[in-house]
Design a protein around this ligand. Sequence first.
Ligand SMILES: Cc1cc2nc3c(=O)[nH]c(=O)nc-3n(C[C@H](O)[C@H](O)[C@H](O)COP(=O)(O)OP(=O)(O)OC[C@H]3O[C@@H](n4cnc5c(N)ncnc54)[C@H](O)[C@@H]3O)c2cc1C
Length: 427
Amino acid sequence: MKHLDVIIIGAGISGLSCAASLIKNPLCNNLKIGIFEKQNRLGGRAHTIKYNNTNFELGAGRYSPELHPNVHQLTIDFHKEVEEFPFIELKHKGKHITFVKNTLERLRRIKPPNTETSFYNFLCLNVGIKKANLIIGVLGYDSLYLPYISVSTGYDIIEKHPETQSLVGHDKRQWFNLKEGFSSVINSLKDLIEQRNVSIYQEHLLHNIVYNPDRSTLSFQTPNNQIIHYNCKYAILAIPPSFLDKIDPQFPKAWSQFNYESIPLFKSVLYYKQPWWKKYKLEDSIYILNNPIRRLYFKSDKYLFFYNDGKQADYWNKLVSTKPDEYIDQIHYLISKELNINEAIPEPIVHIEKYWSKGVEFSTNYSDDHPLVLENTQQNIIACSDAYTSHCGWMEGGIISGKKAASVLLEKINKAHTKQSNLALAL
Ligand SMILES: Cc1cc2nc3c(=O)[nH]c(=O)nc-3n(C[C@H](O)[C@H](O)[C@H](O)COP(=O)(O)OP(=O)(O)OC[C@H]3O[C@@H](n4cnc5c(N)ncnc54)[C@H](O)[C@@H]3O)c2cc1C
């Protein structure tokens, strides 16, 4: 059995932000801290790839300094070069954008029948099913159909996404990418943490915890199917709720009065020899298509990508895994049809896609009293995730929750120290 004082599970932005906060505090100077990650890379849902000297984000890619001050601060601290995210005004084939804008503005003044009314039902009640479908069709985010997306969450989604913000009066909010991608922030966090002697163990899958108020035992599976046991005084589970569910059968009941769900996401990037879309003046524009592609982005003259959620994400994942030969033809067919491109689109040189089966995780009954971290009844294990914050689906939420987990842990360590000192004095 190996020993550590603090174990952090998950090397996404939540776990790494938590570790970065801990090492700043002198209380942790003499503690042995380890981070365990099941994959052979760090970053979780922040994952930048490079092709032909251009970076592409398979996961998290954009942030707004106004909405995401913690992300912004990280980019400043690590001197990251930013570039403007150009996709802040969507285009749609039909001439419905003004209708959608006016309707959203008008409906905002109408109170829903109750707080549980879903955004989609609210639209149906007020404008009928056909127009409700048209509105979500134009918005391009299919999660807006889900029964547990309330009216206020629906408006929040529209307001806080760069592509749709202009439809609810936020035309001016700026958004940025990182030139080197968000994996470069992950690498900077890793360097910072390792300089302070935090050990990072990749390809260690946590599969079991035996709780003990003094020292819990965590068991990990390594690539050669070896099982390694570590015990620790404190553990932080910086893994999303759906992973926690697999490790602890008592989740969420023993942890929270809230319930959690997830939505799949799919992103695909295509690189061509020539930027054929230049001829159609499509550079730096985003189109919402009325077909499974949904959101189509033309990134300058570099590449195009599409990005969707829910059933469409499942559709593309199935197509690319079962009928890879039809994949590109289908994409080209759907783009040509919707954008009236009458000539054959050339074959891409490379295409890369990523299906995130649990792309966004969130609480289905979220309210302002949801704690930023969860603690189980044993009190020495803390869980953090963007899903526990009002910024679910955003790195900002991961950083906020990760930092909070660090402060809760430091309080526990402080209390334990005070107790020990008092005992020593009494003796
Ligand atoms: C396609 C996509 C686009 C996005 N776009 C944006 C965006 O533009 N801007 C933005 O701010 N956010 C965006 N997000 C959301 C953002 O990526 C997440 O909010 C954030 O990365 C979550 O960080 P996390 O550390 O909480 O979780 P994760 O990044 O999921 O990290 C959890 C880590 O835990 C590891 N893990 C899980 N289970 C175990 C286990 N049992 N043992 C060991 N390790 C384990 C995982 O491998 C992972 O590395 C996007 C997400 C996706 C998928």
